[in-house]
Design a protein around this ligand. Structure first.
Ligand code: SF4
Length: 457
């Protein structure tokens, strides 16, 4: 097993004030979510409905997908199917080439991050401008987003100011958020006007109508789609819901879980292209069918990407999104990514305390912490853990299943800790890097109990 998460987290936590600030900021968002959720007496009922609607969708996926394709095509939308990231990128590139387009704008879409679309298009000479403010900031810095809802949450306003000074020639040292936002607005406005094609993500695609909904707080998806003559929407097939009436459940769950807002500022409904506009939708598998076939993990596909599990996770908050080295970080990323590449992502299910807070806040009731625990078992069975860990666990199993050996080892351990404490408290012992080993007791609990237990009754 790789230890990438641990190594990357170590870099992040080296900056202690930033780590504390990151932790507190995300906890603030979590508290906003709590307030918004508790303000709705029917919150638990909504979660249950959300979960059941998604269960139904996943159980009848092929029918709903066919229905969606039929309706969308009848509405004048061109539907494309991509089995993997490569095909997704090639389909988009083909449409761009057909129109001879050089400049495109793109609103937030974690699927395009997953498929590395920007890199692919830029490699083919196409300018891609991310129009979500947070995404534009990280794009300038050549960094991936660190959070699926708040892509630049790892950065402070001073960092943004320095980035904008370098790329947008803003005043050096001016950290005023309003000033910086205005600079981004002016810069992006020109990009919208120049762009001939807009790419958006999809939050919900509705089988019954063939339409889809895109949620943003900045209105950037609408700006792109409404000014460009070609609109391409990209969606993983799990974004489907059966009926338009189900939106009333998901739109209420999504905004409250993500940012504590009662509703996302823009929930834009797209049903058909405008006159003289071309509209495409690319439906992507990229490992989702495989995950659907894994009984223990299939319901991870219910995810509506609200990031509530990120904001509550003590490991995410204190290790930062980049430590997860994947497009989708956090607890949900740790159960989606091993499916995509088990070897490369074998470390992720171990980046958790298994406290269950993620499961508690998930608006569609995904049993995230149980799946993390189950992935650990799969990863061990498939042989993706380090030999040292494997041997260590075998040794522990032997000791714990033999009482005499256990007692002997306990005695030895206590002796060593008394006589040679440096053998435990040293830099080679990862556990004691940020902790003091407690002073070992003179005797085991068993010995103490044999001496005192009866007399205490
Ligand atoms: S797993 Fe649940 S809490 Fe996490 S992003 Fe998905 S829907 Fe939100």
């Amino acid at each position: 097993m790789t230890v990438k998460h641990a190594a990357l987290a170590e870099k992040f936590i080296a900056d202690e004030p930033r780590t504390d600030w990151h932790d507190e900021t995300l906890w603030f968002v979590r508290e906003k979510r709590d307030k918004a959720a508790h303000g709705l007496p029917e919150w638990e009922q909504l979660r249950e409905w959300g979960s059941q609607i998604k269960n139904n969708t996943l159980s009848n996926l092929s029918n709903y997908l066919k229905e969606f394709e039929e309706k969308a095509t009848a509405n004048g939308i061109k539907v494309h199917w991509a089995s993997d990231a490569k095909e997704h990128n090639e389909i988009i590139h083909k449409i761009i080439k057909k129109h001879g387009i050089q400049k495109i704008v793109k609103s937030k879409s974690m699927l395009t991050e997953e498929c590395h679309l920007n890199e692919y298009l830029q490699h083919n000479g196409i300018e891609v401008v991310d129009t979500d403010l947070g995404e534009r900031i990280v794009q300038f810095r050549k960094e991936p987003p660190s959070h699926i809802v708040l892509p630049a949450i790892h950065l402070k306003k001073e960092d943004v100011s320095a980035t904008f000074h370098e790329h947008l020639q803003t005043e050096k040292g001016n950290n005023d958020p309003q000033y910086l936002t205005e600079a981004a607005r002016q810069h992006l406005r020109n990009k919208f006007v120049e762009s001939e094609l807009a790419i958006t993500g999809v939050n919900f695609a509705i089988a019954e109508t063939g339409g889809f909904v895109v949620c943003t707080n900045e209105g950037n998806a609408d700006m792109g789609a409404h000014t460009a003559p070609v609109h391409i929407a990209c969606m993983g097939f799990e974004k489907l819901i059966p009926k338009a009436e189900h939106l009333s459940v998901f739109l209420r769950l999504l905004a409250r879980s993500a940012t504590g807002q009662p509703i996302t500022t823009y929930s834009s409904h797209f049903h058909k292209p405008r006159p003289n506009q071309e509209m495409h939708i690319v439906i992507v598998d990229n490992g989702r069918s495989k995950q659907l076939g894994r009984e223990d993990f299939r319901n991870s596909l219910k995810c509506i990407r609200c990031a509530a599990c990120f904001n509550t996770c003590p490991v995410y908050r204190r290790s930062g999104g980049h430590s997860y080295h994947t497009a989708v970080a956090g607890p949900i990323g740790s159960i989606l990514n091993p499916n995509l590449d088990m070897k490369a992502n074998a470390d992720l299910p171990f980046a958790s305390t298994l406290c269950g807070s993620c499961t508690n806040v998930c608006p569609v009731k995904i049993n995230i912490h149980e799946q993390l625990w189950k992935w650990r078992q799969v990863i061990v069975t498939e042989g993706y853990v380090a030999t040292s860990k494997k041997l260590g666990m075998k040794g522990m199993s032997f000791v714990f299943s033999n009482p005499k050996v256990y007692r002997f080892m306990g005695k030895m351990g206590r002796g060593v800790m008394h006589l040679f404490p440096f053998m435990v408290n040293n830099k080679l012992n990862i556990w004691s890097k940020q902790r003091e080993m407690p002073v070992a007791p003179k005797e085991s609990f068993r010995d103490w109990y044999l001496k005192n237990g009866k007399s205490q009754k």
